[in-house]
Design a protein around this ligand. Structure first.
Ligand code: BES
Ligand code: ZN
Ligand code: ZN
Length: 494
């Protein structure tokens, strides 16, 4: 999709369909006049959720799509993103390739035109993605993952060009995450994930390094190795660097890259196990965040670490009761081999902490308990940097990728103390405080480095068409973290 900004009058831009967001009782005068002209003046007054399509004869735009948003004071930024799905559906239905959106409230709206422009671009781009990479194309069907709109023009008298560009970068990175994440485990092995990262790094001018089994053995990364023992695939640790060596605020981003989580010897039930190919989402999100940061030229230094392996059962797999000596020297009793994310992240966080970043953030599909805690509507957040968490919360509201903090009281750390080793990899047999005890385990590996943990296990996939997502991975966390880094870099400098 080609997206551009036109600082023009609405009548100057040609398109197949001009989209006009309207608040209840506040349909723009010139739109109302056109409705009157057509003799249907009372048909539409901006009621929430209403769509109204009418032909626009003798104008540069062939049709007008009026979108009702309801009372202005109740409208949230997310509503503009969600409307993207309706626009895309309409454009697909009548095969319209060239769409323009009028973003001009003459300053009378609670949300600025800048934010609305960005949100519209995001919603339309996210809704345009189709995720069926292995379906045979029908005759005449386009290659690639996008369908429908080919050209999108945002029209405004306000200078919203920068936000349009930002929307393109953020949604582009999120869609990239979805495309990488949807790849099944037989294609997206740990090595293939490294190759994907290498390709992206080359394209965006990032430093790249991959540590293979030999390196991990030499370094004593036995958390990652231990999880990998049951798999025929080689485990890797992937490292990317943006603005390496520059004197800028430094953040380390760590992402869980389990390319398939069968549970290992503590094997999962077969129902829904296919979705465990999305257990690499944390890594894929971080890969996409650094891509967005590089594209936005954010004044930060970023180190990305993606420990990647399969978690499989076999004769050589780690067994319940086995003890692993982690990279930071702490020993862990593996009481449940399905609690593998914390083992690979423990090594990666301890390694990241050695680089003394100003902040570490990790993202992981870590615990099924997240779905119990927040349903599908938010990301769990725990950590030690309360300033960063406050900022993360605000960025969640802004991007619609909301986070909610859970406590890390010392009692939870007690729960992960081992009987025969320093730690055990589950907090309790019955899953009490599952999300929190997992984070309490990670805390043992961050040392004194300020740290924020995001448990994205509740939001990484959509089970069907919902809002601007189709069935499949959502890439949630990408816009949240890219926006967070933008704001965090401002605060760190000032
Ligand atoms: N990858 C899973 C968590 C998960 C579950 C993600 C459902 C997405 C949807 C993780 O490795 C896991 O299996 N966690 C266990 C931990 C338990 C054994 C302490 C869980 O949540 O059940
Ligand atoms: Zn697991
Ligand atoms: Zn897992």
């Amino acid at each position: 999709m080609n997206v551009e900004f036109a600082k023009k009058d609405v009548g100057e831009v040609s398109s197949d369909m001009l989209v006009i967001p309207c608040f209840r009782g506040r349909v723009p005068k010139w739109v109302h006049e056109q409705l009157e002209e057509a003799g249907v003046g009372k048909d539409f007054s901006g009621e929430k959720g209403r769509l109204y399509l009418l032909p626009a004869r003798g104008r540069k735009y062939k049709r007008m799509l009026l979108l009702g948003f309801g009372r202005e004071k109740n409208v949230e930024l997310e509503d503009f993103r969600l409307s993207g799905a309706r626009i895309v559906r309409m454009a697909r239905g009548i095969k319209l390739a060239n769409v323009s959106v009028w973003v001009d409230f003459e300053g009378a709206n609670r949300h600025s035109e800048h934010d609305v422009a960005r949100a519209m671009v995001e919603g339309i781009m996210l809704a345009s993605l189709k995720l069926a990479p292995y379906k045979q194309k029908k005759k005449g069907e386009e290659e690639g993952n996008e369908t429908g709109i080919r050209r999108l023009t945002i029209i405004s008298k306000m200078d919203v060009g920068a936000e349009v560009t930002e929307g393109v970068i953020l949604a582009g990175a999120q869609n990239y995450a979805r495309v990488v994440d949807v790849e099944p485990a037989n294609f997206m092995t740990p090595r293939k994930l490294a190759e994907t990262a290498r390709k992206m790094a080359r394209e965006y001018g990032l430093k790249f390094r991959v540590m293979g089994r030999k390196d991990l053995e030499r370094m004593g990364m036995n958390g990652i190795l231990g999880v990998s023992y049951g798999s025929a695939q080689e485990p890797v640790m992937i490292e990317l660097k943006y603005n390496d060596g520059k004197k800028l605020p430094h953040v380390a981003l760590v992402g869980k890259g389990i390319t398939f989580d069968s549970g290992g010897i503590s094997i999962k039930p077969s129902k829904g196990m296919d979705a465990m190919k999305f257990d690499k989402t944390g890594a894929v999100v971080m890969l996409s965040v650094v891509r967005a940061a590089a594209e936005m030229k954010l004044p930060v230094r970023i180190t990305v670490l993606m420990p990647a392996t399969e978690n499989m059962p076999s004769g050589s797999a780690t067994k319940p009761g086995d003890v692993l000596k982690m990279y930071n020297g702490k020993s862990v009793e593996v009481l449940n081999t399905d609690a593998e994310g914390r083992l690979i992240l423990g090594d990666a966080l301890a390694y990241a902490a050695e680089k003394k970043p100003d902040l570490m953030v990790d993202a992981a599909t870590l615990t099924g308990a997240m779905i119990v805690v927040l349903g599908r509507h938010g990301i769990g957040m725990l950590g030690t940097d309360h300033g960063a968490m406050k900022l993360m919360y605000d960025c969640g509201l802004e991007t619609g990728e909301r986070v909610w903090e859970l406590p890390l009281w010392k009692e939870y750390s007690e729960m992960v103390k081992g009987d025969y080793a320093d730690l055990k990899n589950i907090g309790s047999e019955n899953g009490e405080a599952g999300t929190i005890t997992a984070a309490a385990f990670l805390k043992e590996f961050v040392g004194k480095t300020p740290w924020v943990h995001l448990d994205i296990a509740s939001v990484e996939k959509s089970d069907g068409d919902s809002g601007y997502f189709c069935k499949g991975p959502t890439g949630k966390g990408v816009r949240l973290l890219a926006t967070f880094l933008k704001e965090w870099s401002k605060n760190k400098k000032g």
